[in-house]
Design a protein around this ligand. Structure first.
Ligand SMILES: O=c1[nH]cnc2c1ncn2[C@@H]1O[C@H](CO)[C@@H](O)[C@H]1O
Ligand SMILES: [Zn+2]
Length: 339
């Protein structure tokens, strides 16, 4: 597939972390606001904020997030960061994006989780006012936090559900905190009517995917551990679940130790609902265009496949039905001249 075409076609992205997707320029601006010195060269800065090349697992991969965290502690910083991610997505013709972030990681200097979320939404709105894109927010509970803290975060952010927030996720240390460990917080979110997606199957634990399905969750981030689990794939397909695949990230976290451990071919063959995502543009040093290209190179994915995945992403999105109808029509138009 032609890279120029991959850049030009409309895209829908469901799995993108705010803090893992800041441009280097934005990182410099945010660091300047708090007087944090940074390496002068972009190459060195990129190293600081990218997945370590020798990452052995998810927790290694997550190390650069510790560097970003102090930069995202004010309303102004969160607003600027959200705008920055929207600008990047719009520049590669993403038409709809759900940007996720963990409000509890932006309370170190006294912001409330509601203030943090409101600031992110404000940045998304500024982006939408300037670019041809629809952006919505997802709040992430961090698995390693006490479930009571996360439940409270959901209670305090749920009122924003009609104002730009559309759902929630759980991120962080999956190996130590499987779905059963965070179940009370998941149930609280469900009681509050918060649509959920969940990171699962990123640490070679297919049972986490099964547990996620059993909890009634129908969007799964990564779902990598399905690659050699035909029975569970069958269950996944029967449940009508959607996989938020993140190829580059999986190779870095060793969720897939090689392409052979990436679940796309098995999921595709089984007729599973598939979407393609970046996970973290900066930490994974990628773009959605590049992820599409990698699927073409490695798995023979075609433009017609990409159109289908984007329709799937719209179907699984947490926006309104009216917005979905507009997005479906927009995608058809976008792809028409290339197919
Ligand atoms: O692939 C991932 N798996 C699990 N957690 C992640 C991944 N990427 C980012 N985060 C975590 O989500 C938080 C909120 O955005 C980030 O701070 C990071 O710790
Ligand atoms: Zn993720």
């Amino acid at each position: 597939m032609d890279e120029k075409v991959l850049h030009a076609i409309g895209k829908v992205e469901l799995h993108c972390h705010l803090d893992g997707s800041l441009s280097l320029e934005m990182i410099r601006q945010l660091a300047a606001l708090i007087g944090q010195p940074l390496p002068a060269s972009d190459a060195e800065l990129r190293q600081l904020v990218s997945a370590p090349p020798d990452s052995e697992d998810l927790m290694d991969y997550l190390k650069p997030f510790d560097f970003i965290r102090p930069l995202l502690q004010t309303k102004q910083a969160l607003e600027m960061a959200a705008y920055d991610v929207i600008a990047q997505a719009a520049a590669e013709n993403v038409r709809y994006i759900e940007v996720r972030f963990a409000p509890d990681q932006s309370t170190d200097q006294g912001l409330s989780v509601a203030e943090a979320t409101t600031a992110v939404i404000a940045g998304l709105h500024r982006g939408m006012s300037q670019f041809d894109i629809i952006a919505r927010a997802l709040v992430c509970g961090m698995r390693q936090l006490p479930v009571g803290t996360t439940a409270k975060m959901f209670e305090q952010t749920a009122p924003l559900l009609t104002r730009g927030l559309v759902g929630a996720d759980f991120a962080g240390n999956e190996a130590a905190f499987p779905p059963t460990a965070i179940k009370p917080a998941i149930l609280r979110a469900q009681q509050l009517g918060v649509p959920l997606t969940l990171h699962a199957g990123e640490c070679h634990e297919p049972q986490n995917i099964e547990q996620t399905l059993r909890l009634g969750i129908r969007r799964i981030g990564h779902a990598t551990a399905l690659y050699d689990q035909p029975a569970l794939i069958h269950q996944f397909v029967n449940a009508g679940a959607t996989a938020e695949l993140c190829l580059t990230s999986n190779l870095q976290t060793k969720a897939a130790r090689s392409l052979a451990e990436f679940p796309y071919p098995a999921l595709h063959a089984a007729g599973a609902k598939i979407t393609i995502n970046t996970d973290n543009r900066t930490v994974s040093n990628t773009t959605l265009t590049r992820e599409y290209w990698l699927f073409g190179q490695n798995f023979g994915v075609t433009l017609a496949d990409l159109l289908a995945f984007n329709h799937t992403a719209v179907d699984a999105a947490f926006c309104t039905e009216a917005q979905k109808a507009v997005l479906h029509a927009r995608l058809e138009k976008d792809y028409q001249r290339y197919l």
